[in-house]
Write a protein that binds this ligand. Structure first.
Ligand code: EPU
Length: 436
């Protein structure tokens, strides 16, 4: 197992280009299942990540040949009969659930291993299943598998929950509805840019989706889709992670290939901390030079356009060093705080009360061995390590590799002292549950 070894305290400087979005690419890849045999999707700007490789492996089981050339993926349907998404793949990546909707819609049947809980909470899929039932699919659970069958017909599907909407649930219902007979209205659809991207791709494939980006989507079912090509949007979470790394180190970094309009709340939060920002067409300069300590802020994760839960840990890391008290509230995954205990091991003062963490900023963190329990918690610990005094070891970086392509090389290119090493002490215990 690998770990990151970080010697903190170096301000990051320079320019860095953001890769394509993981959470946009994964459902877009699953959309290939909507095609007939011989149909092909070409996706450009696809990040080379563990999760993308896992989705490619799953699609391989489902009759899709996936070939990478540079940052492009060509996905060609070579067999449109398989319907089973096996446990050994689904258990490593929850985004595997995105194959459910397209499989039923196009192949009339799906058998998808039921994703379990994970490090960030219980993560149910009830809304996905209820939505598919509304589209007249018969759903059952047998031997740990979701068994779905039926010819889909349009209907009204409501996707709201206490937390807002569901991102991959909206993906699934959209991919089912585009081939369902008649008209589907999706109420309380997720509005995340990644969901919008999927909808745009589906329209390029011949679907008829109206209202993209709104809470209500209208889908007119079509008989058949065709191949298409699309460039994946930049990863706003990777961009936000680099911004956090620049801010916490008193750095000055220009982040390239960013859609700043998708990140308004993140930029506003940095601005409230006192970080100077300059947004260009596709760039954002994050300048914290000379700022001794940043101002505290309150952060509440919410569905888009609210603050992304996937940046909560990285921003909590910054706030551990702010000059005052900050309150971080998690409204998407109330238990997504495993990084808080690890940050405390580095000297942070964090008190957790239900889904809220109260952070008393301290003047400095000190390096320590810490454990990444999920992808974004790991990223948060890396951000903290970049500012901590002395040596930090972030263990279990396979979590981080799921969503960041060679994070240590990219941060090194900005002047960070971080390297990957083998964790000799790590036992060969099975990796913890999936998160993304
Ligand atoms: N929820 C339900 N029922 C459902 C579905 C969701 O109660 O049927 C609840 C969840 O428990 C949670 C909330 O709804 O409280 C939101 O979950 P959502 O379904 O939106 O999450 P997701 O689709 O499983 C995606 C991302 C996550 C990201 C969340 C929230 C992908 C592949 N994953 O997950 O990304 O945190 O949306 O924005 O797009 C990551 O990249 O590290 C990651 C975990």
């Amino acid at each position: 197992m690998d770990k990151f070894v970080i010697h903190g305290g170096r301000p990051l400087r320079g320019r860095i280009r953001v890769h394509g979005s993981k959470n946009a690419a994964l459902p877009m890849m699953a959309a290939s299942l909507l095609l007939h045999r011989g149909g092909r999707l070409v996706l450009r700007n696809v990040p080379d990540l563990a999760d993308v490789r896992t989705m490619a492996r799953l699609l391989g089981e489902l009759g899709v040949d996936v070939q990478r050339s540079g940052s492009s993926l060509a996905l060609t349907v070579v067999d449109d009969r398989p319907v089973r998404a096996p446990y050994d793949i689904v258990k490593t990546m929850r985004a595997s659930i995105c194959v459910l909707g397209p499989l039923i819609a196009r192949r009339g049947e799906a058998q998808v291993s039921f994703p379990g809980g994970c490090a960030i909470g219980s993560r149910p899929v009830d809304l996905h299943l209820k939505g598919l039932q509304r589209l007249h699919s018969r759903i059952g659970v047998r031997n740990g598998y979701i068994m779905a069958r039926g010819r889909l017909r349009g209907s009204t599907v409501y996707l709201g929950g206490t937390f807002g909407s569901t991102v991959t649930g909206t993906d699934n219902i959209l991919m089912a509805a585009v081939l369902a007979k008649g008209r589907t209205v999706i109420e309380h659809a997720a509005q995340e840019p990644e969901v919008q991207e999927l909808a745009h791709l589906l329209n390029l494939m011949g679907a008829r989706i109206e209202g993209i980006g709104n809470h209500r989507l209208l889908v007119h079912g079509v008989d058949r889709l065709h191949g298409a090509q699309k460039t994946v949007i930049p990863d706003r979470i990777e961009a936000g992670t680099f911004m956090a790394a620049a801010a916490i180190t008193g750095g000055d970094v220009t982040i390239e290939n960013v859609h700043a309009e998708d990140m308004t709340v993140v930029l506003e939060t940095l601005n409230q901390m006192g970080v100077r920002l300059e947004a260009g067409t596709y760039t954002v300069r994050v300048n914290a030079r000379g700022l001794k300590r940043l101002d505290p802020v309150d952060v509440t994760s919410l569905p888009y356009p609210g603050f992304p839960t996937d940046l909560q840990a990285q921003f909590m890391a910054i706030l551990t060093l702010a000059k005052g008290i900050s309150v971080v509230t998690e409204r998407i995954y109330p238990d997504r705080f495993t990084h808080a205990a690890e940050l405390s091991r580095m000297g942070a003062e964090i008190r957790k009360q239900e889904s809220t963490a109260i952070i008393h900023g301290v003047p400095r963190l000190s390096g320590a061995p810490v454990m990444a329990s999920d992808l974004r918690a790991g990223a948060g610990l890396v951000v903290a390590g970049l500012a901590a005094r002395g040596r930090t070891e972030v263990l279990r970086v396979y979590h981080v590799d799921r969503g960041y392509d060679r994070l240590e090389e990219r941060l090194s290119s900005l002047g960070a002292n971080i390297r990957r090493a083998k964790d000799a002490a790590a036992t060969a215990t099975a990796p913890a549950a999936a998160t993304a």
